[in-house]
Structures are given as structure tokens and as C-alpha cells.
Design a protein around this ligand. Structure first.
Ligand code: PEP
Ligand code: MN
Length: 758
């Protein structure tokens, strides 16, 4: 851009004003005639009208763009793939394009495609012919490799992108690939660009290692001028100064193409840095800068890769990437396997090694989970990213509770807990319940509650009324802050306004947000922070807290079950459990212990699955205290044949997102429990809680807790595991006797609690 100044203009003042717009200028030595300045390419993109508005500017001369077709390229593009799927670029979620550097063998291509599909990848990418710096390096498997790639992509319903390294392969590649890659070294091979363009396909155009952005865009123009339907510009690093990375990934180029040119751009952090340990953070940076797609190399066993092994992601790192990108990934690994069961004969009598082998065989576990079961633990680098001041990792046993059947489906229930007998108790109770069909239950949609506090609101009651009238607007505002959630069919579903203290002008806005399969704390906090200033501009006052409530009353799970008295151990025990339940209903001292027995099960599953168990505890106890008295979350009543148990509580848990899923042990536990999303998981967790609750009451109603504990300790490895759980010293009969001797008004427990504390 050249700017012509008025004859009377103060050149210094104009330069200063242009600088204020973000433009770097340099005077052009024009000799006689008007003064002219040239805008440097590293200036911000500014509208011509804004430059013309600067005092002293007479004229703006812009060069005609040398790449009009690129300039007109749409950001959004629907790629129809031979595998029968459509991939939409430019939508709310980044598109993951992944695969091996080179197709090496049929098995390697198949294994990689499986990983890519499971991670939520949409396109398989691999080289059949490889451009290699050395003539002695492995150069690919050619058309055979191309066939493997095409077949694997179809099997896994993935699109296929692969490179044509010369004009010789274009026909073969165009026949099988959905998108043709032009490699970095070929970016200015104009004959190749023209031939690729003539196929009329979409093209992934890598940036040349030494190419300027203009040269890159011109290469795109070549493709489009010859018939390419769409070009995805792929930043893959340019020649850099420093040997610590293979190339220098140019994040600024990604931002520039996306933000100032609205062009579709992908990021290839694998070639961009050449080392797998930096791929995930750089992919995130690329997406933050505006990349619509992420291209990475992955290998089932990078140590064996024939090209680019050091930069290939391992399978767990690919999962970490998918989670970091927020892809709806893991669910696919949670689909039930054909032989999945929660019943294993004599499981507790086997060796740890044998249990692992049994699960791997019967549950058809992924290689990642099998490998993790062998080694266990948490890599310290992952730990170091999870919390602060990390100095090590900390072990606890991971067990599985057996026999669970929930809504007609088996679930193996992973548990991490330090207390002996909880796992055995859960398994035993689940076996008893299974005899009458198992647990039944359902969870509401995953609706979290966010609170936004305003203080000192003038005429707060009236302000509340006005805000209630604007609920739809608030809901829209909330949704504007979470477009990705909205694109997945989630988002703010309702708004409430509560006036809590008229004198203090204290008003709280509740935002109810369906967070899908996420736990949702971050989502609702984002929404609350976004909504607060706008609402404040309507009602005044001071913004206070903007945070979720750990009492999510619209995220409730309900479970119930029936147990035959004969499976429980007889009518006397059934009576005892019902009496124990009644005790908890009328006494908060007992209700606290009763609920602890429920949380024994729920918390153990929560820890194994990387959930926020503090949030679960807070929600459970707040819910238990909602009525006039703190009460039990579950109740057990006698039926003609035995017992009926029922329970309800809020459970804010998630199966996607959250830094905890970086933990490979959590990913393994997720695969073991085999659930299809957060609502099903909530139901299974609640069933685990009802099971440990039943086991505890049965033990207390029978022989008493200590005896069972002692027996379990004394005969580790014995044939029958004891059915005991929880704490408390007295038998239920003695405890109920305590109630019987209580003051006349047996319901005055708040008073009793105060007396006890005094
Ligand atoms: C590749 O994508 O495998 C490749 C060789 O990349 P680049 O052309 O970016 O070097
Ligand atoms: Mn490569």
C-alpha cells in the first residue's frame, strides 16, 4: 500500500497517526511531486477508509492482489469422503488429521487408523511415496501402501489425505485420496501444482521450508487457477536458527492467515518441531492462533518407525492430544465389546497377573490399557502438568468390583480406595441385586448451575423482576460465550433470578447449563464471567462471585433395586436393613454414617475415574441437608419378597475434558467401566453407592462390623470375602435401641446434635 500525502501535510504527524493505526511506513524517495510513504508488510491489516480518514492523507494506492482466487477461498468447507463421511472444516471443533509418516505395512496402517478413529480423528494421513532428504532412506511402499491407506480409511470411516510427490503419482493418488497433499519441498514445483489443480480435488498445501507467506499464497493460487476445489494451507515450520527444533513452527503465520485473511489453515506441529514431546502444546497453540485443522504423525510403536519416528506421537499421546483439543474422542472407546461382562468366577482368588490377563482377554482391552495395566502409575511429567510443586507420584490400589448390572447392562466397576472391604462389599451386594435383575436408574441431563452474585443493587426486588423478563437475553448471552458447547447441542437451558437480601441489595443470577459429557465446572465459570458485566450494565450494583454451585439440583441421578431376602441371607437380615434405614431417616447422627457408606462406593469409583470427589461429597451432603433435617440419601423398605432400595443425589461427573484425563490410569479405568457418556456413568456410580450402602447395612444388621472386618483381615485369600463396609462400632440393634430410649420427641435431632456438641 502506498499513501500519497497532501501537499500541505505535516509528514511527521501523518506518520505518527498511521503508527497509531498499527502501520509501519517508510518514505518513498519520490523527488518532485507529492510526498508518498509505503506501508511495510509487517503492519497490521487496516481498512483503506481508516487510512483515508487520517488528516494529511490525499490518496491510498493499493496493488491489485496477485492471488484473487486465494483471497476468495472460503474458510468453511465440506469435504465429502469416499468412506461415506463428510468432514466440515471451519466448524467449532478443530479437525484432527493423523496417521503415520509412511505406510510401512498393512498391519501398521490398520493399527494406526484404529488409533486415529478412536481419538476422534477425521482424516487418515500417511505417505505412500515419501520425499526423503537422503537417497538411501526408506522412500515408502508406493502404490501398495496407497491401497492399505485407502482400505483402512474406508474401514474406519475416515477421509484420506496423502501426498503426490511427483506428477507420476497424481492419477493413482487422485483415484483414492479425498484430499491431495503437496509437500513442503514441492511447494514451488509449479508443474506439479498445476497437475494437482487439474484433478479438481481439495489440496493440503504445505508451506515450503524457506517460503515467504506471499510465495505460499501464490502456490495456492496456482492450484486454484488450475481447478483445485479448495486449498488448506498447512504451516509445518520454516528453516529456523536453533537446532533444538527440527524447523521453526511459525504460529504467527497461522494467526495471520486466519485472522487477517480469513483463510483456512492447518498446523503440522510434528514436522514443525520434529519432537513428540512438543507436539501437544504446539497443536494447542496452533488452534489458539486459528488453525482449523491439526495434522500430526502417529505410530503404534514409534521405536520401529521407518521414517520420522522421533516426532511420531505414541498412542497415549494421541489420546492426550484429542483431549487437549476437546474432541469427542474417548466415547468411541467406551462402546461395549462383544464379550464384555462383569462376572468372573473366582476372580478374587487369582493372582494380580492372572486378573489382568483375564480382563485383557475377555474385555478385548485396547493395547494402551493393557500396557498401562502392566506398568501402572502416572508418568511424573504428566503429574507435573496436573498440579503444582510436584515431587513425585502417589500410589493406591486399583480394583474392580464385579457383578454389576445396571439398566440391563453389565459394568465392571473400577475402584481406587485405601479401605479394605469396600470392593468386596460392592461386588457381593451387586451379586445379590443381580439375582433380581440388577440396578435400575437414570440421570437427568448434565445441567450444572452457575451463580453470579450482585451486591448493592438499587431497588433490588424491582431489578429482579426486570431481569426475569430478560431471561431469554441472558440465556443467549450465556450461549454466546460457549459456541463449541452449543455446536454440540449443549448450552444454557434456563436462567433464574433470586433476591437473597433486600436490604443489602443482594441478587443472584442462576445460569443452568447443559454441559453434556463434561463435569462442566470450567464451562459454567466461563459463562458466569461472561454474563456478569452485561447484567451489571442493566441492574447496576457490584459484581460479586461468578462460580458454579456444588449443589447442582438439575443434575440428579436416581437408582433403585430389589433384593430377595433369600439372597440377602434371610428375613431377619432384610428386617434389620429396613430398621437401619428407618433409623437414618429419623437421626442425623446415623444419617451421616449411612451416607458415608454410600460415598464409600461412589468416591472409590470417582477417584478411579479422575472425578472431582470433593464436588461429589459437597453435593451429596448439601442435598442430604436440603429438607428440614439432614437425612439419608437412600432408603430401604421391606417388600413381600425382601427389600426395595432407592436413592437420589446430585452427581457432577464427566467423561470428557478435565486435566485428570491426561492420567493414563483414568483412561484405562474408563475403558473398564464401559459407559457411553456422563449420564450412564452417573447411574453406574450411584449403583456402586447403593451397593456399598446395602452391604454395610446388611453387615451391621447381622454380625456387626468389627467381626466382619477382623475376619477379612484374618483370612486374606479365603474363599468367601466378608460383606462388610463402613465404620461404626455398634450393631444396628443396639443403635436402634438408642433411638428407642431417646426423649419423647424422637424427631428433634437438630437439638440432639447441638446437645451432643455442647
Ligand atoms: C510429510 O508430511 O510426511 C512430509 C514429508 O512433510 P513435509 O513435506 O512438511 O516435510
Ligand atoms: Mn513425516
Amino acid at each position: 500500500m502506498v499513501i500519497v500525502l497532501r501537499h500541505d501535510a505535516d509528514a511527521r504527524a501523518v506518520a505518527a497517526a498511521l503508527q497509531g493505526l498499527g502501520l509501519w511506513t517508510r518514505p518513498l524517495d519520490g523527488g518532485p511531486g507529492p510526498v508518498m510513504v509505503e506501508v511495510q508488510p509487517h503492519s497490521a491489516t487496516v481498512a483503506v477508509a481508516a487510512v483515508l480518514a487520517v488528516a494529511g492523507v490525499a490518496q491510498v494506492r493499493t496493488r491489485r492482489s496477485p492471488h484473487p482466487r486465494v483471497d476468495a477461498l472460503p474458510n468453511r468447507y465440506l469435504l465429502a469422503c469416499a468412506a461415506g463421511v463428510e468432514v466440515e472444516f471451519g466448524g467449532p471443533l478443530p479437525i484432527l488429521i493423523a496417521g503415520p509418516c509412511a505406510a510401512e505395512s498393512e498391519a501398521q496402517v490398520e493399527a494406526t487408523a484404529t488409533l486415529v478413529a478412536a481419538a476422534g480423528g477425521r482424516l487418515l494421513r500417511g505417505g505412500a511415496w515419501k520425499p526423503r532428504t537422503s537417497p538411501y532412506s526408506f522412500a515408502g511402499t508406493g502404490s501398495t501402501g496407497l491401497d492399505w491407506l485407502a482400505a483402512a480409511a474406508r474401514r474406519h470411516r475416515l477421509g484420506l489425505v496423502t501426498e503426490a510427490v511427483s506428477e507420476l503419482q497424481i492419477d493413482a493418488v487422485a483415484a483414492l485420496a479425498d484430499m491431495i497433499q503437496v509437500g513442503s519441498r514441492n511447494m514451488q514445483n509449479f508443474a506439479l501444482l498445476q497437475a494437482v489443480g487439474r484433478t479438481g480435488k481439495a489440496v493440503l498445501l504445505k508451506r515450503g521450508r524457506g517460503a515467504t507467506i506471499e510465495e505460499w499464497l501464490m502456490a495456492g493460487e496456482h492450484l486454484l487457477a488450475h481447478g483445485a476445489t479448495w486449498v488448506l494451507f498447512c504451516e509445518r515450520g520454516v528453516v529456523g536458527l536453533d537446532p533444538h527444533t527440527r524447523n521453526q513452527l511459525d504460529i504467527a503465520a497461522v494467526a495471520l492467515l486466519h485472522h487477517t485473511r480469513a483463510l483456512p489453515v492447518a498446523i503440522d506441529p510434528s514436522h514443525g518441531c520434529g519432537r513428540r514431546d512438543l507436539v501437544v502444546p504446539l497443536a494447542r497453540a496452533g488452534v489458539a492462533a486459528g488453525a482449523t485443522a491439526v495434522l500430526v504423525e502417529v505410530h503404534p510403536d514409534p521405536a520401529l518407525a521407518q521414517s520420522d519416528g522421533p516426532q511420531a506421537l505414541t498412542p497415549p499421546l494421541l489420546t492426550e492430544l484429542a483431549l487437549a483439543l476437546g474432541l469427542p474422542a474417548v466415547e468411541q472407546r467406551l462402546v461395549p465389546k462383544p464379550h464384555y461382562t462383569s462376572r468372573f468366577k473366582d476372580f478374587y482368588q487369582r493372582s494380580v497377573e492372572d486378573r489382568r490377563r483375564t480382563l485383557a482377554r475377555h474385555l478385548d482391552l485396547t493395547p494402551e490399557t493393557q500396557a498401562w495395566l502392566r506398568t501402572g502409575g502416572l508418568p511424573v511429567e504428566v503429574a507435573d502438568r496436573m498440579t503444582e510443586n510436584v515431587i513425585g507420584t502417589f500410589g493406591l490400589p486399583l480394583s474392580v468390583a464385579l457383578n454389576f448390572r445396571v439398566n440391563g447392562r453389565d459394568h465392571l466397576v473400577p475402584m481406587v480406595v485405601e479401605e479394605p472391604s469396600i470392593v468386596a462389599a460392592a461386588s457381593n451386594a451387586a451379586r445379590m441385586v443381580r439375582a433380581t435383575g440388577g440396578f435400575r436408574g437414570d440421570a437427568t441431563a448434565s445441567v450444572m448451575t452457575a451463580q453470579v452474585q450482585f451486591d448493592h443493587v438499587a431497588d433490588v426486588e424491582h431489578a429482579g423482576v426486570r431481569l426475569r423478563e430478560r431471561r431469554a437475553e441472558i440465556q443467549q448471552l450465556a450461549n454466546d460465550s460457549i459456541p463449541r458447547m452449543v455446536a454440540r447441542g449443549c448450552g444454557c437451558v434456563d436462567v433464574d433470578v433470586r433476591v437473597l437480601d433486600v436490604e443489602a441489595g443482594l441478587l443472584v443470577v442462576h445460569l443452568y447449563v447443559d454441559v453434556g459429557d463434561a463435569m462442566g465446572a470450567n464451562v459454567v465459570d466461563t459463562v458466569a464471567e461472561h454474563v456478569a458485566p452485561v447484567v451489571q450494565s442493566w441492574v447496576g450494583g457490584d459484581i460479586g462471585l461468578r462460580i458454579l454451585s456444588n449443589l447442582p439440583l438439575r443434575r440428579i441421578v436416581h437408582v433403585e433395586c430389589d433384593v430377595g431376602a433369600e439372597f440377602l441371607g434371610g428375613e431377619r437380615l432384610a428386617d434389620g436393613v429396613a430398621r437401619a434405614s428407618r433409623f437414618a431417616e429419623v437421626d442425623p447422627f446415623r444419617a451421616a454414617t449411612h451416607n458415608k457408606g454410600i460415598l464409600n462406593g461412589i468416591d472409590a469409583v470417582a477417584v478411579a475415574l479422575g472425578q472431582d470427589w470433593r464436588a461429589i461429597e459437597a453435593g451429596a451432603h448439601a442435598y442430604a441437608g436440603l429438607g428440614s433435617d439432614y437425612g439419608p440419601l437412600s432408603t430401604w423398605t421391606r417388600t413381600a419378597t425382601g427389600l426395595h432400595g432407592t436413592m437420589e443425589l446430585p452427581l457432577a461427573i464427566g467423561t470428557v475434558g478435565g486435566s485428570t484425563q491426561a492420567n493414563p490410569g483414568v483412561r484405562a479405568a474408563m475403558e473398564l467401566v464401559c459407559i457411553d457418556g456422563a449420564r450412564q456413568l452417573a447411574t453406574v456410580m450411584a449403583a456402586a453407592g447403593l451397593a456399598t450402602n446395602l452391604a454395610a447395612l446388611r453387615a451391621l444388621a447381622g454380625e456387626g462390623i468389627q467381626q466382619g472386618h477382623m475376619r477379612l483381615h484374618a483370612r486374606k485369600g479365603a474363599v468367601q470375602p466378608a460383606v462388610v463396609v463402613g465404620s461404626g462400632l455398634a450393631s444396628v440393634d443396639a443403635a436402634i435401641a438408642g433411638v428407642a430410649s431417646a426423649p419423647e420427641d424422637g424427631r428433634n435431632h437438630k437439638g440432639a446434635a447441638r446437645d451432643g456438641a455442647a
